[in-house]
Design a protein around this ligand. Structure first.
Ligand SMILES: Nc1ncnc2c1ncn2[C@@H]1O[C@H](COP(=O)(O)OP(=O)(O)OP(=O)(O)O)[C@@H](O)[C@H]1O
Ligand SMILES: [Mg+2]
Length: 880
C-alpha cells in the first residue's frame, strides 16, 4: 500500500482524523518502514529468531491481548442493570410512584413486583444468550505460526505481541501490523482496506535513501492476507493500535448486517413510527373526549408500551443462540449468529472440490513419463519440488511427500540444496523450485502444476531419455494421457524441468519458459463417504449444488457423477472470463460444474448466482476460496481450511462430515419460522390493537382499560411467548428455502390485523349492549371483561399463526409453548379475581354470564381465524 492510499483512507474516516492527529499514525508507519532492521530489532528488543516464550508472556501482560475491539467479558450485573433500563419497566416505575402518591401503597408494591419479574426474565434470557455466544467465540480461534524460543509454534492471534516474528505463507492471515523482514515473491490481498482485489507485492527491502517519500512496501497491515509467496514479519503494532484497530468499529457496523438484520431493523423502525403516530392520536382523542389529560397521557403511554414488540430482540437472540447451541453440539461453529438464518434461506450451495467434497488426505497413485510409462525420475522431480516448497504444503504436496518417504525417494533430497523458489499462485497454477545437485555446478528449475499451465511453458519433452521438441501433436498425446487419468477420477499435476547455469541468483516467473516436459503424477481424490447422502439431502431440502473447482473438467465430472449430482454440465474458467456479468448471469443457470476457475472467477460465479436472485452458500477451504466466501450470503469452511478461508467464513464445520449442513439448513428455517411467528403476531396484533384503541377512544365515555391493566396484560402476554424459540415448525414449512420476505409481512399484517380489530369491536359491542356494561357504574366490568378477552385471544393466536394447518387438531405446538400459553390463560382469569380487592387495579369479579360470552366469542374467534387463514393461503399460496 502506498503512503498515499493510507492517507486517503485515514482522511476518509472522520473519526480516524482524531487518531491521526493525536497518535501520528502516518509518522508511526513511516518510522517502522524506514528503520534499519538492526535499529528495529533494538527498539523492539527482538530479532529474526523471535521472542522467548517467557518474554512473549510478559509482553502480553504488559501490552494486552491482540484484540481490535474491547472483547472483555461483560459482567452479569451490567446485564442486570440493562434489564431495568427498558421502556416497559420505566413506565411501570412511573405508575408505581403515581400510585404511591395516590395513597395506594399496596398497588405500588405490586407494580414494583411486576417490574422486577419482567426485568428478571429479560436478564436471564439476555445473559444466557450472551454466554452461549461467548462460548462459541472461545471455540473459534485463528492461529498463526510464530517463532518462539527459536522454533515455529502455532499461536492464537490474540496471543501475539510486539516483537513477535510471524511466518507468512500462502493463506496466512496477517495477525497484527508487521514490518516485513524477509520475503519471497510475497503478495498480499488488502482489499479490506483498499477495496481493490489486485494483490500487492511486499518486500523486505530497507528503504532507499534516494527516495524522499517512503513507500510502505515493507509494512503489512493486520487483516490482509497472503495470496502467494512467503516471508517473515515482525510485529510492530498490536490490537487497537493497529490500523485495523482504528477502523474496526466502522468495519464492524458495515460487516455484521446481513439481509436478515436489515429486514428486522426496517420492520421495527416502521412499526415504531406507526406506533408513535397512533399514540399521539390516542392521547389527543382521549384528552379531548374525556377531559382528563393526566389519565389520557398515562393511557397512551401504556398503549405505546403494550404495542411495542418488546420481546423481539429477546426472541431473535434466543432463537439464534438456541440454533447456534444445537449446531455446536454437532461440531459446527457459527461465527456470526445471523448466518444460521441465512443458511435456511440458501437455495444454491457452491462448493470447492478437493478437501471439501473429497477426503482431505489424497494419495499418490501413479507417476508417468511423457510416453505414459511409470518412471521413477518423475517421482523424484515431484518429491524435490514438494520438499523444497516453503509455502504451506497443500494436499498435493503432502501426498507426494508421504509417498516419497515410503518409497525411499527421500534420501535423494540430501544431494540437493535449494537455491530459490517461485511460489505457487492460483493464476499460474504452478510452483517452481531451483535446486543444485552437490556434484553439479548448474542450477535446475523444477516446475509442477496444472497440465495446461505446464504445457504453456514447455517447448521440449523428455521422451524416455531423449529430448524432443514438444509439437502440437505431442501436446495432444500428453493431454490424452492426462484425460485418461482424469476419467478414472484422478487429480493430475504435471512436471517440467530446465537446467540453467550458475550466474543467475534471483529467479522469477519469467524463468519458467522453454522447459522440458517430464511427466505426470496422478492422485486418487475420492469423495468423502457421506457426500452422496449429503448432496441428496441438499436436493431434498430444495438446495441446488454447484461445484466450483480449479481442477480439470473431466475429473470434476467424474467425481460429481460419483456423488450423485443431477447434472454434470461444465463451464470452463476461460468461458467465464470471456463473458460480461450480464451474459454470465444469463448462461449460468444451465451449469452445475465450473472447472479450471481462478479465484476471482469463482467469485464472479457466486455473484452471478446472487444477481439472479438466489441466496448462495459457499463452501471452501483454500486461499482461492476466500473472495467467494466473502461475497456469498453464507460462507462455510472446514476446520482444516486455511486461516484466510476460516476468517472469511460465517460457519466452520469441525467434523469432516457434510451431513451437518442439512441439519444446519433445517435449523435455519426453523429459526426463521419461529422469528416470523413472533414478528407476524406482533405486527398484526399491533395493527389490530391500534385500530380498536382508536375506536374505543372515540366511542367510549371511559378508558377501555386503565394503564396498569394494559401493562399487566402485556407482561403476561410476553411471558407466554418466551417459549417460542423452542417451538417446533411444521415439516412442510421447512421443506423449501426460506427467504426473508417483507411483502408477505405486509399482506399478513393487513389481513390478520383487520380480523382481530373486527373482533375487538364485536367484543366492545357485546360488552356494551349484550352484557350491559354501558354506564360509568359498570366501567370496571367493561375493563375487566376486555382485559380477559383481549389477553386470552392474544395469547391463543400464536397457536393459530404457527401453522398453516388446523391449530391444535392437525398441528400442535411444543409442550413448552403449550405450557406457557396455558399459564397465561389461567393468569388472565385468575388475576382479576385475585386483585379485585385492590382499588388501584380497577378489577372486578366477573359474573357467570360473562364467562359464557367469553367462551362463545373465543370459539367464534378461533373459527374465523381458521377461515381467514384458508382464504389467505388460497390467495397468497403461503402462510408465514
Ligand atoms: N501444490 C501444488 N503444486 C502444483 N500444482 C498445484 C498445487 N496445488 C494446486 N495446483 C494446481 O492448481 C490447480 C488448482 O488448485 P486447487 O486444486 O487447489 O484449486 P481449487 O479451486 O481449490 O480446486 P479444488 O476444487 O480441487 O479444491 C490444481 O488443479 C493443480 O493443477
Ligand atoms: Mg481447493
Amino acid at each position: 500500500m502506498e503512503m498515499a492510499d493510507i492517507k486517503h483512507l485515514i482522511r476518509e474516516k472522520a473519526n480516524l482524523q482524531e487518531a491521526y492527529r493525536n497518535e501520528d499514525l502516518e509518522g508511526k508507519y513511516k518510522h517502522f518502514s524506514a528503520a534499519e532492521l538492526s535499529d528495529l530489532y533494538q527498539e523492539l528488543q527482538s530479532g529474526e529468531k523471535g521472542l522467548a516464550t517467557v518474554e512473549a508472556g510478559a509482553r502480553l501482560t504488559k501490552y494486552g491481548r491482540n484484540l481490535t475491539t474491547d472483547e472483555a467479558d461483560i459482567p452479569w450485573y451490567r446485564f442486570l442493570a440493562k434489564s431495568f433500563i427498558d421502556e416497559f419497566i420505566i413506565v411501570l416505575l412511573v405508575l408505581a410512584v403515581v400510585s404511591f402518591f395516590l395513597q395506594d401503597a399496596l398497588g405500588a408494591g405490586i407494580i414494583l413486583l411486576l417490574a422486577i419479574i419482567s426485568a428478571s426474565i429479560r436478564f436471564f434470557q439476555d445473559y444466557s444468550s450472551y454466554q452461549t455466544s461467548q462460548k462459541l467465540k472461545a471455540m473459534m480461534h485463528i492461529s498463526v505460526m510464530v517463532r518462539r524460543d527459536e522454533k515455529p509454534v502455532k499461536v492464537n492471534i490474540e496471543d501475539i505481541t510486539l516483537g513477535d516474528v510471524v511466518e507468512l505463507n500462502v493463506g496466512s492471515f496477517i495477525p497484527a501490523d508487521l514490518r516485513i523482514i524477509a520475503a519471497t515473491n510475497l503478495f498480499l490481498a488488502q482489499s479490506v482496506f483498499t477495496g481493490e482485489a489486485v494483490p500487492v507485492e511486499k518486500r523486505s527491502l530497507e528503504p532507499d535513501e534516494s527516495k524522499n517519500s517512503v513507500e510502505l512496501d515493507n509494512i503489512a497491515l493486520m487483516g490482509s492476507s497472503v495470496i502467494s509467496g512467503s516471508g517473515l514479519g515482525m510485529v510492530v503494532l498490536v490490537g487497537k493500535n493497529t490500523y485495523l484497530g482504528h477502523i474496526s468499529h466502522i468495519a464492524e457496523e458495515v460487516k455484521t448486517k446481513t439481509n436478515f438484520d436489515v429486514g428486522i431493523d426496517r420492520v421495527t423502525s416502521t412499526l415504531l413510527k406507526y406506533i408513535a403516530a397512533i399514540v399521539l392520536l390516542v392521547f389527543f382523542i382521549n384528552g379531548i373526549v374525556k377531559k382528563d389529560w393526566l389519565n389520557a397521557f398515562m393511557f397512551s403511554i401504556s398503549v405505546a408500551v403494550g404495542m411495542t414488540p418488546g420481546m423481539l430482540p429477546m426472541i431473535v437472540n434466543g432463537t439464534l443462540a438456541k440454533g447456534a447451541k444445537f449446531l455446536a453440539q454437532k461440531k459446527t461453529i457459527v461465527k456470526n449468529m445471523s448466518a444460521i438464518q441465512n443458511l435456511g434461506a440458501i437455495d444454491i450451495l457452491c462448493t470447492d472440490k478437493t478437501g471439501t467434497l473429497t477426503v482431505d488426505n489424497i494419495s499418490l497413485q501413479v507417476y508417468l513419463n511423457a510416453s505414459g510409462n511409470e518412471d521413477k525420475e518423475v517421482l523424484e522431480y515431484a518429491y524435490l519440488n514438494s520438499y523444497f516448497t516453503t509455502g504451506s504444503k497443500n494436499l498435493i504436496d503432502r501426498a507426494i511427500l508421504s509417498f516419497g518417504e515410503t518409497h525411499h525417494i527421500s534420501d535423494d533430497v540430501k544431494e540437493y540444496t535449494c537455491v530459490d523458489e517461485i511460489p505457487f499462485d492460483y493464476d499460474r497454477k504452478r510452483v517452481s523450485i531451483v535446486v543444485q545437485h552437490n556434484t553439479e555446478k548448474n542450477h535446475r528449475i523444477i516446475t509442477k502444476g496444472a497440465i495446461e499451465e505446464i504445457l504453456k511453458v514447455a517447448t521440449t519433452m523428455d521422451m524416455d531419455g531423449k529430448i524432443v521438441p514438444l509439437s502440437d501433436e505431442a501436446k495432444e498425446k500428453v493431454m490424452a494421457i492426462s484425460d485418461r487419468l482424469n476419467e478414472q477420477g484422478m487429480h493430475v499435476v504435471a512436471l517440467a524441468e530446465k537446467t540453467e547455469y550458475i550466474g543467475i541468483d534471483a529467479f522469477s516467473v519469467k524463468d519458467e519458459s522453454e522447459m522440458t516436459f517430464v511427466g505426470f503424477v496422478g492422485f486418487f481424490d475420492p469423495p468423502k463417504p457421506d457426500v452422496k447422502d449429503a448432496i441428496e439431502g441438499l436436493y431434498a431440502a430444495g438446495v441446488d449444488v454447484k461445484v466450483l473447482t480449479g481442477d480439470a473438467p473431466i475429473v470434476a465430472q467424474h467425481i460429481c457423477a460419483q456423488v450423485g449430482m443431477k447434472s454434470t454440465a461444465v463451464m470452463l474458467g476461460t468461458t467465464v472470463e470471456q463473458m460480461s456479468d450480464e451474459e454470465l448471469a444469463k448462461e449460468i443457470e444451465e451449469y452445475a460444474i465450473f472447472a479450471r476457475l481462478a479465484p476471482l472467477q469463482k467469485q464472479r460465479v457466486v455473484l452471478a448466482f446472487r444477481k439472479n436472485g438466489h441466496v448462495v452458500g459457499y463452501m471452501g477451504d483454500g486461499v482461492n476460496d476466500a473472495p467467494s466466501l466473502r461475497v456469498a450470503d453464507v460462507g462455510i469452511s472446514v476446520d482444516s481450511a486455511t486461516d484466510v478461508a476460516k476468517e472469511a467464513s460465517d460457519i466452520i464445520l469441525l467434523e469432516k462430515s457434510l451431513s451437518v449442513l442439512k441439519d444446519g439448513i433445517y435449523e435455519g428455517r426453523r429459526i426463521y419460522g419461529n422469528i416470523m411467528k413472533y414478528m407476524k403476531m406482533a405486527l398484526s396484533s399491533n395493527f389490530g390493537n391500534s385500530f380498536s384503541v382508536l375506536v374505543a377512544s372515540i366511542f367510549l365515555p371511559f378508558l377501555p382499560m386503565i394503564p396498569i391493566q394494559i401493562l399487566i396484560q402485556n407482561l403476561i402476554y410476553d411471558i407466554s411467548q418466551i417459549a417460542i424459540p423452542w417451538d417446533n415448525v411444521d415439516p412442510e414449512f421447512i421443506e423449501k428455502p426460506k427467504k426473508w420476505d417483507t411483502k408477505g409481512l405486509g399482506h399478513f399484517m393487513n389481513t390478520m390485523g383487520i380480523t382481530s380489530s373486527v373482533f375487538d369491536v364485536v367484543t366492545f359491542y357485546c360488552l356494551w349492549y349484550l352484557l350491559g356494561y354501558n354506564g360509568a357504574a359498570k366501567e370496571a366490568f367493561f375493563q375487566t371483561g376486555w382485559f380477559m378477552e383481549g389477553l386470552i385471544s392474544q395469547t391463543l393466536i400464536v397457536h393459530f399463526i404457527r401453522t398453516s394447518k388446523i391449530a391444535f387438531i392437525q398441528s400442535r405446538a411444543d409442550s413448552r409453548l403449550l405450557l406457557t400459553t396455558g399459564i397465561a390463560i389461567v393468569a388472565a382469569i385468575l388475576v382479576p379475581v385475585l386483585l379485585h380487592s385492590i382499588a388501584a387495579f380497577h378489577f372486578v369479579a366477573m359474573p357467570k354470564e360473562y364467562f359464557l360470552f367469553l367462551l362463545g366469542i373465543l370459539l367464534m374467534y378461533a373459527i374465523s381465524i381458521e377461515l381467514v387463514k384458508k382464504v389467505y393461503i388460497r390467495k397468497y399460496k403461503e402462510w408465514l
